[in-house]
Design a binder for this molecule. Structure first.
Ligand code: ADE
Ligand code: ZN
Length: 331
């Protein structure tokens, strides 16, 4: 097992279905007699070659989670692993559309996940929240349905709303109404932008969706005016470098713009996105980025602090997390 640094870590961007270990997916697939061989190879690795195929693999792997207990096991497994890497806080994107395709109501999906989160928290102390996402390529109506479900079934651990899926489809203007409803209900807002599309996509997300956090956002680097605006408005980027390299957005970590963004004063955090699909973990992200860009412990602690500052949690939880971060002794 890889040894991880003792730097306290926090994550804002990880899709719970995308965090499913292939071994767990195969176990459930056998139980429910679902053929996952098109998307998991004989070495137990996910198979995909571009973003469209990745989404297809993701959808099939997700389809093996059928009951609240299955989702509970997934959440418990993920948060235990995250805590073992030194994380004190994690937010996961949850996708009511995926749960619905597997025959689960929104309420039982959330309750199953919450039970797993609680079990992991009792044993490890990790704090967690959920962000419900709409799938962009399913269209505005579908995304609005997700917001309505979230508002109609409030849960203390569901504190945010977001937009995932294929950024190349559907202008953010189509989702303005959904985000307005979510914002008025007091949910924290974030949207994927500037991953598969350029700076114009990031700008549109800020203007039409009024988000203070952006999923990825890294392609903002192609427009210096936008970089300045992100810095001035203190918009936080949920950066997922390993995911970006795996999907071919940048050829190698050395060419990833996170360090340029950071030096330009943009607030950045480190995240794993869909860890087993991209052969990464939050711990690996901290370690490999520190190595690539020569980041010291204080630079890594600053990433965690930014994540906690921008977390979709209540003020008392934020304060407790900051105390934990400040009291950590890192050699
Ligand atoms: N859903 C799961 N992972 C995603 C990603 N990296 N971008 C957009 N939607 C996603
Ligand atoms: Zn993502």
């Amino acid at each position: 097992m890889t040894k991880h640094s003792t730097v306290p870590k926090a994550e804002l961007h990880c899709h719970i279905e995308g965090a499913a270990p292939p071994s767990l997916v195969m176990r459930l697939a056998e139980r429910y007699r679902i053929d996952v061989s098109p998307v998991i190879d004989r070495n137990g690795r996910y198979i995909w070659s571009d973003f469209t195929e990745f989404l297809r693999a993701y959808d099939l792997a997700s389809s093996v989670f059928r009951t609240p207990a299955d989702y509970g096991l997934l959440a418990e497994t993920y948060f235990r692993m995250l805590a073992a890497e030194g994380a004190i806080y994690g937010e996961v994107f949850i996708s009511p559309d995926h749960a619905q395709s597997a025959g689960l109501s929104y309420r039982s999906y959330v309750e199953g996940l919450a039970a797993g989160i609680e079990r992991a928290k009792i044993d490890t102390g990790i704090e967690a929240r959920m962000i419900a996402v709409g799938v962009r390529h399913f269209g505005a109506k579908s995304v609005e349905r997700v917001v309505q479900e979230v508002i109609a079934n409030p849960h203390p651990l569901v504190t945010g709303f977001g937009l995932a899926g294929d950024e190349r489809e559907g202008h953010p203007a189509n989702f303005a109404r959904a985000f307005r409803m979510a914002g008025e209900a007091g949910l924290g807002l974030t949207a994927h932008a500037g991953e598969l599309a350029g700076p114009e996509s990031v700008l549109a997300a800020i203007e039409f969706l009024r988000v203070k956090r952006i999923g990825h956002g890294v392609r903002a680097i192609e427009d210096q005016d936008l970089v300045r605006r992100l810095a001035d408005e203190e918009i936080v980027l949920e950066v997922c470098p390993g995911s970006n390299v795996a999907l071919g957005i940048y050829p190698v970590l050395r060419f990833h713009p996170i360090n340029l963004l950071r030096r330009a004063g943009v607030r950045v955090t480190l995240n794993s996105d869909d860890p087993p699909f991209f052969n990464t973990t939050l711990g690996k992200e901290y370690t490999s980025l520190a190595k690539t860009f020569g980041w010291k412990v204080k630079d890594q602690l600053a990433l965690t602090r930014t994540a906690i500052d921008a977390a979709f949690c209540d003020p008392a939880t934020r304060k407790r997390l900051i105390v934990r971060l400040d009291s950590a002794v890192v050699p």
